[in-house]
Design a protein around this ligand. Structure first.
Ligand SMILES: [Mn+2]
Length: 576
């Protein structure tokens, strides 16, 4: 794979550039050194970071728009007005809708408001004026959007004309022409400079739910009943936050940490059913249980069918109905995996036959690809070619697709720069969705390639690893692994710590797993077990007694009551 890239960039490892850390004070233990490398240097910062409490969450009324939105919502409910929640079809939008549903239901003592989730294929992302017309006909007085709406200028206009009150809660980028929807309130963390916490849609919805609970309780301290609901919702906030890949810092870290902690004891029948369907363990949940478990199940339904099933599951299904719906989501997710594998294989084939990897950005199109799955498939293609990738599906004279990027290159900025060839687009630096006219395809590709040539350096196209800390073999212990786990939950903004180990003597080499696919080493006199997934073929290249450098992630292992630390190898350097 590296040979193919063909740029002259120095590598330390077999598959990556190593950006090694400076030496640190060996008197401090590994956990301290990792935290120090991440800018957490004082004792009090250590304590606050390792043991955050829900009391440390951002005050909801500090978030732009919450105070107005909460009082409008409370007033409308008091006057028995009809409310509707307008969500989005991904895990973030679905959990955000669920949070508002439950707080409103608890406040009014009735079933929560209807939740409208647009159809991914027929309607696409965001609020359209036609949807508002439909709600007006249904007699809806107040629409609250979650995880979308900040660009819905036309829909807001229509709402105003039809006398429908609109509250927008969102975290996506606003329009670059500076136009905002005119409505009762916009709750958004990113409109007044850098936010304290870059909340996901669900975090924004939660802040509104909390501010609303204060208004409803007529007190800064929320009444017991609503407080319990807010506590029950924390696992759902963790799911949306981790699924949406917002940085796990500030309030997001608190939501993720406490959500994972509280999840095994959830009282939400739907979430319970999902966890049972996945056989999620009853303790020590990590963010991986969400990103590779629960979130894909919730997302699959929006990708392949209609997200309403997931909304029903998390809002009101119980007993056998919940179990059945959770099973359906499991089945859809397996189907999604099959479709995704097919799309990735077909995209990689196109890339190879058309030699698309010679460009700094990869854009591929095929009408047969399922529109809801191209985004995840684009992410998978990056694992092979390490270039920003756009996959487009097609329907009539429109091509609809998803873009995924590599670190350091904003795909949103790239699309903005080429917007004359795009019908509509939206998203973030690392991921975006877009629609173009079929006839604009070639111009679009040309413009994007030109932009990418100018803005991506050769080095950016090399996979990089940035170890947090240099570690001595004697430091790699079970105790250290447990302490390092406490730095989690890991994800965007708080990555799993990476150690660099220099000049370790290989004591044992073998391959393992089906078709000997994986490499297993023991290193140092401590005989620390290291695994490199998918690199079993190296067994022929590494002799016993060789000295190696490696980067990897430490983890705990327990086998027949014996506890030890293991390393998952990220890269090896055999040249020393
Ligand atoms: Mn979102």
């Amino acid at each position: 794979m590296i040979a193919k890239i063909g740029y002259d960039v120095r590598m330390n490892g077999m598959t990556r550039i190593w950006k090694s850390p400076p030496p640190t004070d060996p008197a401090h233990n590994l956990q301290d050194r990792i935290l120090e490398a991440r800018g957490i240097t004082s004792r009090s910062q250590f304590e606050a970071f390792l043991n955050p409490t829900l009391m440390d969450l951002d005050d909801p009324n500090e978030l732009q728009g919450t105070t107005e939105a909460a009082s409008v919502l409370a007033e409308m409910l008091q006057n028995e007005k009809k409310v509707l929640i307008f969500g989005d079809y991904d895990a973030d939008g679905i959990t955000a809708s669920t949070v508002l549903y439950h707080i409103i239901s608890a406040a009014t003592g009735r079933e929560g408001p209807p939740i409208y989730i647009p159809d991914r294929i027929d309607e696409g992302y965001g609020i359209r004026p036609e949807a508002i017309e439909k709600f007006a006909k249904m007699g809806i007085d107040l629409v609250i959007s979650v995880d979308c709406g900040v660009t819905a200028v036309e829909a807001a206009q229509r709402a105003q004309e039809l006398g429908v009150t609109l509250i927008i809660t969102d975290h996506h980028k606003p329009r670059d022409d500076g136009a905002f929807p005119k409505c009762a309130a916009i709750v958004h963390p990113g409109l007044e400079g850098e936010p304290k916490t870059p909340f996901a849609g669900v975090g924004v919805a939660y802040q509104l739910a909390w501010a609303f609970a204060r208004v409803w309780s007529e007190s800064q301290s929320v009444n017991e009943r609503l407080k319990q609901v807010l506590l029950d919702m924390v696992p759902l906030v963790a799911i949306g936050t981790i699924a949406d890949m917002v940085p796990l810092v500030g309030g997001n870290r608190i939501f993720a940490r406490w959500g994972l902690q509280l999840m095994p004891s959830t009282t939400n029948a739907g979430l319970r059913a999902l966890m049972d369907e996945l056989d999620t363990p009853d303790k020590k949940l990590s963010s991986a249980h969400i990103s590779f478990g629960i979130a894909p199940l919730i997302n699959a339904v929006g990708r392949l069918s209609h997200a309403a099933t997931a909304v029903d599951l998390l809002t009101h299904l119980e007993g056998d109905l919940a179990v059945g719906a959770a099973k359906d989501l499991g089945t859809l997710n397996r189907k999604r995996q099959t479709i995704q594998r097919e799309i990735v294989a077909s995209a990689l084939e196109q890339i190879e036959t058309q030699e698309l990897e010679k460009h700094s950005i990869i854009i591929v199109q095929d009408d047969s690809w399922a529109r809801g799955v191209v985004g995840v498939a684009a992410g998978k293609c990056i694992e092979t070619h390490y270039r920003p990738t756009i996959l487009l599906s097609g329907d009539g004279d429109e091509l609809v697709g998803s873009a995924r990027s590599i670190s350091g290159f904003s795909i949103f900025d790239a699309l903005s720069a080429c917007k004359e060839h795009i019908e509509k687009f939206g998203g973030h630096d690392m991921a975006a969705g877009l629609t173009i006219k079929r006839e604009s395809f070639n111009d679009f590709v040309e413009a994007m390639r030109k932009y990418a040539r100018k803005h991506i350096t050769a080095e950016q196209l090399m996979p990089t690893t940035k170890p947090d800390v240099l570690a001595d073999l004697h430091e790699i212990t079970h105790t250290a692994a447990v302490e390092i786990e406490k730095i989690g939950p890991f994800g965007i903004g708080n990555p799993t710590p990476v150690l660099q180990v220099m000049d370790a003597k290989v004591q044992d080499v073998h391959s393992m797993g089906r078709e000997n696919a994986h490499l297993a080493l023991k290193i140092g006199k401590e005989r620390i077990r290291c695994i490199w997934w998918g690199h079993g073929d190296l067994v022929k290249k590494i002799a016993n007694g060789t000295r190696i450098n490696l980067v990897g992630k430490i983890k705990t292992n327990e086998f027949r009551g014996h506890r030890s630390a293991e390393i998952d190898i990220i890269d090896l350097d055999l040249t020393s």
